[in-house]
Ligand binder design. Structure first.
Ligand code: ZN
Length: 89
C-alpha cells in the first residue's frame, strides 16, 4: 500500500506545476527560527504554496521548538517565581 499523498494540483492556485522537493526547511516559532534538514514536501513555484504530508509534518514537529518546549522549559526554570517565594517567607 502506498500511503504517500500524490499531489499534482496546487490546492492554492490550481497550478499543475507543483512538485515534490527535498531541501532544508526553515520554520519559525515565536520569533525563533529552526531548520529541518532535507525535508521532503510539495512546493508550488507559481504561488509558493507548500504542502506537507504526514511524514513531513512529523519531521517538522520533531525539530520544532514548540514540540521540545516541555524539555527546554525545565532547563530555563522560573527564577522570578522562586525569588518571590523566598522573599515572602
Ligand atoms: Zn500554487
Amino acid at each position: 500500500m502506498d500511503q504517500t499523498i500524490q499531489i499534482t494540483i496546487c490546492p492554492s492556485c490550481n497550478s499543475d506545476k507543483i512538485r515534490k522537493v527535498r531541501k532544508d526547511w526553515i520554520g519559525n516559532f515565536q520569533n525563533q527560527t529552526y531548520t529541518v534538514p532535507s525535508l521532503e514536501f510539495h512546493e508550488c513555484p507559481s504561488c509558493g504554496e507548500k504542502v506537507y504530508d504526514r511524514f513531513a509534518m512529523r519531521k517538522i514537529e520533531a525539530n520544532s521548538p514548540a514540540f521540545n518546549e516541555q524539555m527546554t522549559e525545565r532547563g530555563l526554570g522560573y527564577p522570578m517565581m522562586t525569588g518571590l517565594e523566598q522573599d515572602s517567607v
